[in-house]
Design a protein around this ligand. Structure first.
Ligand code: CP
Ligand code: NVA
Length: 318
């Protein structure tokens, strides 16, 4: 287990009240301190009681991990969660987002929002007077990337110089992995079929954030991407909101299933990662999903610990 560093509060206390909309909203130093705090929570070496604060979840898309891990994280901090979605609130009947954000800010101490357009999330943040956390948009999934890099940190004891290969759609998960990886000094190698690469604007943003000599490489060849990697990562081929493209995508991605032959090209101690939910036989084979190198359920668990740390930080509990 990696050691716990001192000075967590001094590195993070200025983030009280801050939004977390993108992986680029934290510096590498802040991310590392957040990992240390997450490990303290995970090892039960730290208790923070925020005293009855309330988290509001506004989820316009389905969720198992994010919803439950936020609820449990808030409970462990002594707080409560209110779980809303457009179907059960007036949002679904057309109440403007700017009114919803201002009303919920009068009841809740922090909001975690899962929606489609990233612009919608930014609008919530601009109208809310409490911190807003990105619980997934079409553009980014920054809480996921924190859990993913914490998992790599636990496996390898360091992140700088490690290589993660992401095989699949250049989607929200890939975007946050690139940005977060750039900040943490991790080499990120992405392989996607032609036409499904990450957005050039996000690749450019991530490359501008590289502080060490790490690299972000894009390719259309999964074998090139996984060669020598310390971690192989994949995600669904059709994200939420892209259901109508499922059959077109099944065809476009048919050579991008992470199977044993890809794992054999990676480092001997390489780990297998997936944000879940997974489609076995599509983006990942059953054999690789269930193999000894899989750290998929450690990633899922770490969602809880990083989000507990994030909530403690933005709610000023340090
Ligand atoms: N990985 C993830 O965000 O899972 P959920 O969609 O279940 O929240
Ligand atoms: N890319 C996927 C991630 C789900 C956690 C989606 O957006 O549906």
């Amino acid at each position: 287990m990696v050691s716990v560093s001192f000075g967590i509060a001094s590195k993070l206390s200025h983030l009280k009240g801050a939004d977390f909309l993108s992986s680029s909203d934290l510096s590498s130093e802040e991310m590392k301190a957040l990992f240390d705090l997450s490990i303290q929570f995970k090892d039960e070496n730290r208790r923070i009681d925020l005293g009855n604060r309330v988290l509001g979840l506004i989820f316009s898309k389905a969720s198992t991990r994010t919803r439950v891990s936020f609820q449990v994280a808030m409970a462990r901090l002594g707080g409560q969660t209110i779980d809303l979605n457009p179907q059960i609130s007036q949002l679904g009947r057309g109440e403007p987002l700017k009114d919803t954000a201002r009303v919920l800010s009068r009841y809740c101490d922090v909001l975690a929002i899962r929606t489609y357009a990233h612009q919608g999330l930014k609008e919530y943040a601009s109208w809310a007077s409490v911190p807003v956390i990105n619980a997934l948009t079409d553009l980014e999934h920054p809480c996921q990337a924190l859990a993913d890099y914490l998992t790599m940190y636990e496996c390898f004891g360091e992140l700088q110089g490690q290589t993660i290969a992401y095989v699949g759609d250049g989607n929200n998960v890939a975007n946050s992995l690139m940005i977060c990886g750039a900040l943490l000094g991790v080499n990120v190698q992405i392989a996607s079929p032609k036409g499904f690469e990450p957005l050039p604007s996000i690749v450019k943003k991530a490359r501008q954030l590289i502080s060490s000599d790490s690299k972000i490489n894009l390719s259309n060849n999964p074998i090139d991407a996984v060669r020598g990697a310390n971690a192989i990562y994949t995600d669904v081929w059709a994200s939420m909101g892209q259901e109508k493209e499922k059959f077109e995508r099944l065809n476009a991605f048919k050579n991008f299933c992470v199977g044993k032959e890809m794992l054999n090209e990676a480092e001997n101690n390489a780990i297998v990662m997936h944000c879940l939910p997974a489609h076995r036989g599509e983006e990942i084979s059953e054999e690789v999903f269930e193999c000894d190198a899989s750290r998929i359920f450690d990633q899922a668990e770490n969602r809880l610990h990083v989000q507990q740390a994030l909530l403690a930080i933005v709610l000023g509990g340090l």
